[in-house]
Design a protein around this ligand. Structure first.
Ligand SMILES: Nc1ncnc2c1ncn2[C@@H]1O[C@H](COP(=O)(O)OP(=O)(O)OP(=O)(O)O)[C@@H](O)[C@H]1O
Length: 261
């Protein structure tokens, strides 16, 4: 049971962005890190997978079912795409925006939350350590706190596929570790497919079950982090040297460096 992306072509105007992009099957219960240079097409891939952009060619299938056959509403229920900071600054509390995300799963306009919805919101707030901010307006939060609240909105919808665009970019080191561990744990416990676009290769190596390296609209390399990051495709993709080392604690560390010729 997995997410399978095959042969995606997408262009903005005349400019090809995704070019025959395919991935290995991304199994449920696994966290995949999508890495690649700025502008290589990571967000575009997410938008195509979430049904927000329509590829010219290719398919995105979940558990063998082509997602393009679903209505946008059904698809949005299965696939949650968390964009990079959207800049939304509404006068609602953290609790409210997570509850709204939860309630958007149901049809209708009932204002009252069911006890089950309230429990789900409280559980996610607890899971992400958001309790101290739960009643604060999100407009008053720091960038990192807002990022956590947005992850809460994603988790509370209980999607089958979670696509997170740089979810740790505004977080301090402790919260980066907490959030990546939480995302991995939620992925396992909920048996969902999670793909995280991330620029920090060490963080990717540490938490992802597999790494997908994107270069110019294609997946250049994919597989277990230690194998993929040691591959010359990574150096070529970023035009850097890559030194890998295990720390004394056994953590794989990735040190990119500028090569002098
Ligand atoms: N709405 C748009 N119209 C035209 N071109 C776009 C649009 N959105 C993105 N692009 C272009 O598509 C290419 C891929 O962009 P995309 O945002 O998918 O890259 P990315 O890998 O997510 O980058 P980053 O790491 O910087 O977030 C870039 O060259 C970008 O300029």
């Amino acid at each position: 049971m997995a997410l399978q992306i095959r042969d995606l072509d997408f262009r903005y105007g005349a400019t090809p962005i995704l070019q025959g992009l395919g991935t290995q099957a991304l199994p449920r219960g696994e966290l995949a890190a999508l890495v690649g240079p700025n502008g290589s097409g990571k967000s575009t891939l997410f938008r195509c997978a979430a049904g927000l952009l329509r590829p010219e060619r290719g398919t995105v299938a979940l558990d063998g079912h082509d997602l393009s056959q679903l209505s946008q509403r059904e698809r949005a229920r299965k696939v949650f795409y968390l964009a990079q900071d959207t800049g939304a600054r509404v006068a609602l509390s953290v609790f409210d925006i997570i509850l709204l995300a939860r309630k958007s799963l149901h049809r209708g306009y009932a204002l009252a939350a069911s006890p089950e919805d309230t429990r789900a919101v409280e559980a996610v707030i607890e899971e992400l350590g958001l309790a101290p901010f739960a009643s604060r307006d999100i407009a008053t939060l720091s960038g990192g706190q807002r990022q956590l609240a947005a992850i809460g909105q994603a988790l509370v919808r209980e999607p089958d596929v979670l696509l997170l665009d740089e979810p740790t970019s505004a977080l301090d080191v402790r919260r980066q570790l907490d959030v990546m561990a939480t995302i991995r744990e939620a992925t396992r416990r909920r048996d969902i497919v999670t793909v995280v676009a991330i620029h920090d290769l060490s963080l990717a190596a540490r938490f992802a079950d597999r790494v997908l390296v994107m270069n110019a609209g294609r997946i250049a390399q994919a597989g277990a982090p230690a194998e993929v990051l040691a591959h010359e495709a990574v150096s070529e993709t970023y035009a850097v040297g890559v030194h890998l080392e295990h720390s004394a604690r056994g953590t794989l560390l990735v040190e990119p460096y500028i090569q002098v010729h």
